[in-house]
Ligand binder design. Structure first.
Ligand code: TMP
Length: 211
């Protein structure tokens, strides 16, 4: 059995990732290919419990370092129970956010030492790394306006202010620029059907799902 493929979607708030992960999963699913659609923080029962802790409450409920540790505790559970077994049985895993969100939110925007984040990546992710990461890019104001329009209980990060979200965008763009072999920057400010086409062209060009 060949190992499956691992695709992550990344970007700031209101970028439209949740719509596009579902559209990509529907396109990739075939009679012979299993697709596992999942998300972070969360994706396993334990990790979903940590999600509730970290996404609810006041903006300053947790410091960036504590958030980093909570994200990595939830990520480890998700990897052990969902992602690694799925890849081992040959499934394609599509994850709405993964480790780059910690680099961008807690690192670039939150100020957590990049050395701590790199060490966690090494010890906690081990060999579980995305084959392809689609980084959704749009102006921070546009994304925040979209995110605030669908307001709910999980608003800790949306409430952090424009300067935070501008650092976040630059953080994601820097990740995409530093790792062009793994990452593709997707213009998320355009119509969703155009975004869907851009995602599909990138996935087919990079991972050849029809081979
Ligand atoms: P989402 O489901 O709307 O994408 O929300 C998840 C939130 O969690 C989003 O505001 C980004 C934040 N987040 C981090 O700050 N660090 C992380 O490592 C992950 C996975 C998410």
């Amino acid at each position: 059995m060949t190992r499956g493929r691992f695709i992550s979607f990344e970007g700031g708030e209101g970028a439209g990732k949740s719509t596009q992960v579902k559209r990509l999963a529907a396109r990739l699913q075939t009679a012979t290919r299993e697709v596992v659609l999942t998300r972070e923080p969360g994706g396993s029962p334990g990790a979903e419990s940590i999600r509730d802790l970290v996404l609810r409450g006041d903006a300053d409920r947790w410091s960036p370092v504590t958030e980093t540790l909570l994200m990595y505790a939830s990520r480890r559970d998700h990897i052990e129970r969902v992602i690694r077994p799925a890849l081992a049985r040959g499934a394609w895993v599509i994850c709405d956010r993964f480790a780059d969100s910690t680099r961008a939110y807690q690192g670039a925007a939150g100020g957590t030492d990049p050395g701590l984040i790199s060490a966690l990546e090494r010890f906690i992710l081990e060999d579980v790394r995305p084959d392809l990461t689609l980084v959704f890019d749009l102006p921070a104001e546009t994304g925040l306006a979209r995110a605030n329009a669908r307001a709910g209980a999980e608003m800790r990060f949306e409430s952090k202010g424009l300067a935070f979200h501008e650092r976040l965008r630059e953080g994601f763009r820097a990740i995409a620029a530093a790792e062009p072999g793994r990452c593709a920057l997707i213009d998320a400010a355009v119509d969703m059907d155009i975004v869907e086409t851009a995602v599909w062209q990138t996935v087919t060009r990079r991972l050849h799902p029809d081979d």
